[in-house]
Ligand binder design. Structure first.
Ligand SMILES: C[S@@+](CC[C@H](N)C(=O)[O-])C[C@H]1O[C@@H](n2cnc3c(N)ncnc32)[C@H](O)[C@@H]1O
Length: 243
């Protein structure tokens, strides 16, 4: 399939770019809608700088493109219209300073150390700085299945298990077990969590109101949130679905 990325790869220079092949399809699906206007983009991980010109060519002119890496040598890889900041993706003080200087971000892409504890620390510190409507992507999350990266199959400390729990937290409006599964405020802004091969995507959409059931009949439309208050349900229709 031909898309921006397959064409772009043919134009690369000596700055090495390395990505798994399936990522380009995910980028196309998830990021194409961010090309229509200037955006604020943050990538964690620079390495040889190969992704800097790629994202510069991908996003609209006037976009703010920020890159971070722990390796001070990466500072020299910034090019016109882009910024490279040096720091540790797991350091809350560095991330707070970064967000104050360059946030909020429409898109954050974590392609840094791929160590699970670092992925979690970056997400927890940077998610509040994702703009409404923005995305937080973590890539190479197959390291969640590698003990050497703090992962391992079903290891609760892995990024993949954290992302699965994000899915629970998004649904915490609907808890039927308040003690073990209380409402989590992230539900107010987590629109969706999408799993691709080795990439997770969390989308932020601030919700002014809790989810509601719509009842429409004879042209009359009513909203109800009573279903969120019911506990101990055994049927979706018990109590006429909360009305
Ligand atoms: C996979 S490479 C980045 C590749 C680049 N995004 C690209 O597409 O060409 C990972 C980079 O993360 C950096 N890194 C490793 N640990 C880090 C940390 N704790 N904080 C920030 N960057 C880190 C490494 O120095 C390395 O340059």
């Amino acid at each position: 399939m031909s898309n921006f990325f397959t064409e772009y790869l043919k134009t690369t220079d000596d700055r090495l770019l390395s990505k798994w092949t399936q990522y380009f399809d995910t980028y196309t699906r998830e990021l194409t809608r961010f090309r229509q206007r200037p955006v604020s983009f943050l990538e964690i991980g620079v390495f040889k700088g190969g992704s800097i010109p790629m994202w510069k060519a991908f996003f609209a002119e006037g976009s703010r493109l920020t890159f971070i890496d722990i390796d001070p040598d990466c500072a020299k890889l910034a090019e016109e219209g882009t910024t490279v900041e040096i720091g540790n993706q797991a350091d809350p003080a560095f991330l707070a300073e970064l967000a104050a200087k360059h946030g909020p971000f429409d898109v954050i892409l974590d392609d840094g150390s791929h160590v699970c504890a670092h992925q979690v620390a970056s997400f927890e510190n940077l998610w509040p700085h994702v703009a409404d409507g923005g995305l937080y992507l973590v890539e190479d999350c197959h390291t969640s299945y590698w003990p050497g990266f703090g992962g391992g199959y079903r290891n609760e400390a892995s990024w993949i298990e954290y992302a699965k729990r994000l899915t629970d937290r998004m649904h915490s409006w609907y808890t039927d077990q308040d003690a073990m599964f209380p409402f989590d405020p992230i539900a107010r802004e987590l629109h969706s969590v999408r799993f691709y091969d080795s990439i997770t995507v969390a989308e932020k959409r601030v919700k002014a109101e809790p989810p509601a059931t719509v009842y429409a009949q004879n042209g009359k439309v009513q909203l109800s949130r009573r279903a969120l208050e019911i506990r101990g349900r055994k049927s979706a229709f018990a109590g006429k679905d909360g009305r």
